[in-house]
Ligand binder design. Structure first.
Ligand SMILES: [Zn+2]
Length: 191
């Protein structure tokens, strides 16, 4: 099995192998040691030793692999690549172009786009990948459709913040909808 190098959001090296994600821990002239990205969250001791492009050692993890997380990170990397090489492209076409390159099995067999506002949302599209409620509100069919997406955890975080950042956008809303309205909150100095 081969491994793949990606970049973290902060531009650091990230290694994907066998459904696990690793961050560089240390390196010398001949070898680098990578630790699992669940090191803090799950106290996972999974390590990978790499030398001259070959994996020398691969220790056990205390959690299951997560290929959808890797797919998300790959897509974010693609988004960044496309955006930095095509500064004249709109946000929508950058995202469209990155999504076009995701194999259908990892994009979750997306249903066809609805043609009017009276569509039924499949149950699996109302939850996050880990099964938490994501569609918090749906005004229903035969209404001026309003959908609100968030997780319960994020709603809780918003209750803990003094400032929210709100923004309405028209150009990146799906074509049936008038506006995409986002509300961001501050956590650990990040929006
Ligand atoms: Zn691990």
């Amino acid at each position: 099995m081969t491994f793949q190098m990606l970049k973290t959001e902060k531009g650091k090296d990230m290694l994907c192998y066998d459904g696990y994600i690793f961050l560089k821990e240390k390196e010398n002239d001949t070898k680098s040691i990578w630790k699992c990205n669940q090191y803090y969250k799950n106290k996972c001791r999974g390590r990978l030793h790499l030398s001259e492009g070959k994996i020398l050692k691969n220790t056990d993890h205390n959690h299951v692999p997560n290929s959808s997380e890797i797919q998300v990170k790959k897509t974010l990397n693609k988004l960044k690549d496309i955006a930095s090489n095509n500064s004249d492209m709109s946000t929508q076409s950058v995202i469209g172009s990155a999504l076009n390159r995701i194999p259908i099995e990892s994009s979750g067999q997306l249903p066809n786009n609805p043609t009017d506002l009276n569509f039924i949302i499949p149950d699996e599209m109302t939850k996050t990948i880990d099964g938490n409620l994501f569609l918090q509100y749906d005004s229903g069919i035969n209404t001026e459709r309003i959908l609100i997406f968030s997780t319960t955890r994020l709603l809780y975080l918003m209750t803990q913040c003094d400032n929210w950042f709100c923004d309405g956008t028209f150009s990146s809303a799906p074509s049936l909808f008038y506006q995409l309205y986002t509300i961001h909150a501050v956590q650990y100095s990040n929006v």
